[in-house]
Ligand binder design. Structure first.
Ligand code: RB5
Length: 145
């Protein structure tokens, strides 16, 4: 599995935590930025991550900002993206099993690094269940056109 990961300045520290988790899990990733500590605009990093997933340059994406909200809104504008904003372990598992979410959004100012690492680990290692959920996802794809 290859993961595209990006953050704004508000999510940069948590991005490093998640990268270190992926090193431990031997999951390859591409960091699209940001590298700076200055204020940047989250769509400049969230949309490229989502596009890499949509274009199949990456299997999954992880986007992080202060709240995770801006990143999730931006990522979900890209066709084919199912970005889930997650701050608890139950949702991390459920959104993979039920929604086949292909991008995970988290907020560095919302949760601590320990919980964020656990969420990312569960999300990265949980499989989509398919079955009854497939028709629901198809309805979203149909609406998207
Ligand atoms: C940046 O200050 C902050 O607005 C951003 O990281 C994010 O929380 C937006 O949703």
């Amino acid at each position: 599995m290859k993961v595209a990961i990006g953050s704004d300045h508000g999510g940069r520290n948590l991005k490093e935590e998640v990268k270190s988790l992926m090193d431990e899990l031997q999951i390859s990733y591409e960091d699209v930025g940001c590298e700076c500590s200055d204020s940047v605009d989250y769509p400049d990093y969230g949309i490229p991550v989502a596009e890499k997933v949509a274009n199949k340059e990456a299997d999954r994406g992880i986007v992080i900002c202060g709240t995770g909200i801006g990143m999730s809104i931006a990522a979900n504008k890209v066709k084919g993206i199912r970005c889930a904003l997650v701050h608890d372990l139950f949702s991390a598992k459920a959104t993979r099993e039920h929604n086949d979410s292909n991008v995970l959004a988290m907020g560095e100012r919302v949760i601590g690094p320990g919980l964020a690492r656990e969420i990312a680990k569960v999300w990265l290692t949980t499989e989509y269940e398919g079955g009854r959920h497939a028709l629901r996802l198809q309805k979203i794809s149909d609406y998207e056109g």
